[in-house]
Structure formats: structure tokens, C-alpha cells
Design a protein around this ligand. Sequence first.
Ligand SMILES: [Zn+2]
Length: 97
Amino acid sequence: MKQADLINSSKNWKEDYEHENGNYMCHCRLCKQSFLGHKRRVMCKECTERQVIGTLIEGEHPDEIYPRAATWLEERRNWMREVAILKQEIENLKNQS
Ligand SMILES: [Zn+2]
């Protein structure tokens, strides 16, 4: 794997980077690919998400759920952005009065 591919991989645990030992190159037990994250991690982020989602929705294969979950996560992110905008607008109104 090229260095740039590894750095930009969605398999990485970016939230680990700020922690001590959080920027190691690890190998995923499931997909056997490299990812960056805490040195104790055994699974990449993608495989972990698949597993978590797979156990949440019973009777469906994780590979079928994952694309829908990605859409759901994107919708949630958009929603959170809108909440942030609304909060800001409320703050602005407070400051005006
Ligand atoms: Zn993996």
C-alpha cells in the first residue's frame, strides 16, 4: 500500500491520533489490510463499524447493511450541522436583545 493511501484510508482510527501510541501502523485481523490507529487495535475502523452495525440489525448481513448505514451516518452529520447553525442563530438573537 502506498503511503498516501494509508494516510487517507477510511480504515484509520483518526480519533486515536491525539493519544499516546495512537498513530501506529496496525494490521486488521479481518480484512488483513494496514491502518493507522492505537497500537492495541486489532481491527480497522471499517470492519469494526460493519461488525457493530451487523449486530444491531439482526438477520441481515453486514455487507448489505453497511451502505445504508453510511447514508444514515451522512444524514445524521447533515442534521448535526443544521443544529449547530440553529444554535449559532439563537446566540446571535440573544446578543441582539
Ligand atoms: Zn479491516
